[in-house]
Write a protein that binds this ligand. Structure first.
Ligand code: RB5
Length: 158
């Protein structure tokens, strides 16, 4: 039997409803969904949920993750603090495609209060289906990794 690839998804109260819409699509596309919460519309703090998904990506436990808050901004700010996480806030199909082709984004941030559910699902679909272009874009990702190492060393020396 074909092994299903795990994908992590997390949301705060501003993204909860969209998260519930997206989960069946992910199953349909052949993923095993790791839902880190939240589990209701009750107000919660988005950094906790962003960190749960970002840790799974950063540790290599999952290759990709999806984060949803009201705007997607808070989620992307938090996720991009984790080494190896490249979170892209996408409000349309073009940014979703380019975030994969040029940035090899491994985390998709969405605004639950911005996107209609059908557009959001289409963004998820194209984001998951679009490959990384590689080539010169890989060199730029290597530069980001070098910056991460440099900043990590500076942090250790504090
Ligand atoms: C919560 O009200 C809201 O601030 C949050 O969902 C998100 O949009 C933050 O960036």
């Amino acid at each position: 039997m074909e092994k299903r690839v795990p994908i992590a998804i997390g949301a705060d109260h501003g993204g909860f409803e969209l998260k519930e819409e997206i989960k069946p699509l992910l199953e349909e596309l052949g993923f095993t969904v790791i839902d880190v919460g939240t589990v209701s519309r009750e107000s919660v703090h988005y950094p906790s949920f962003a960190a749960r998904v970002a840790r799974l990506i950063s540790s290599g436990e999952v290759q990709k993750g999806i984060l949803i808050c009201g705007t997607g901004i808070g989620m992307s700010i938090v996720a991009n603090r984790f080494p190896g996480v490249r979170a892209a806030l996408c409000h349309d199909l073009y940014t979703a495609i380019m975030s994969r082709r040029h940035n090899d984004a491994n985390c998709l941030a969405l605004g639950g209060r911005i996107l209609g559910k059908e557009l959001a699902k289409e963004i998820v679909r194209v984001w998951l289906e679009t490959p990384f272009d590689g080539g010169r874009h890989r060199d730029r990702l290597c530069m980001i990794e070098e910056l991460e190492r440099e900043l990590g060393r500076a942090h250790e020396g504090e």
